[in-house]
Write a protein that binds this ligand. Sequence first.
Ligand code: SF4
Length: 209
Amino acid sequence: MATGDATPFLPERKSLTALRAAAAGCRGCHLHEPATQTVFGEGRKRSRVMLVGEMPGDREDREGHPFVGPAGRELDAALERVRIARDEVYITNVVKHFKFEERGKRRIHQTPRKGEVDACLPWLRAELDVVRPEVLVILGATAGKALCGSGFRLGAARGRPLESELAPVVMATIHPAAILRARDDEARAAERRAFVADLEAVAEALASR
Ligand code: SF4
């Protein structure tokens, strides 16, 4: 069941500046109520690569920028390892407000429901229309299901080009937060290596274009 729709809040003029300004006032679903602010995508128009994650976390919600928390640091380190410059990349999320549950003083991330993802998708579609990346990188299962449908399975899809009309090259990997959730140091190191390997494939796809 749909829980809302961002469409009425989209501006007529589709530029990143206009979209960002309009998204700041989006009331397309209930997620804006407890959150601090809209966290819109960042990067240059016509960035060659677009990375799409799930939604902002606690830190992103407070600061108003995507991927600036611990998962963002994992992402930055991996991008550096594969020599993809951050200014070549547009980074965004399928859901633009932080969904959480309060436990004492902590705000615990909650996975957005399908209706919440669907409500927010018009923003991501508009970002894709403006940026038109050569390579679209899906970070995690929520983004994968949002962009490729409910049949998307990250395990089967990761690390290789996917059939899609969303961009000339579409690839999927884990959300970097998955590295932080690994059960111990060994598992974390393995997740990190696999993440870098997936981004290496992205760098190769980019270099071959
Ligand atoms: S989560 Fe998306 S649709 Fe919902 S209020 Fe925020 S920007 Fe609008």
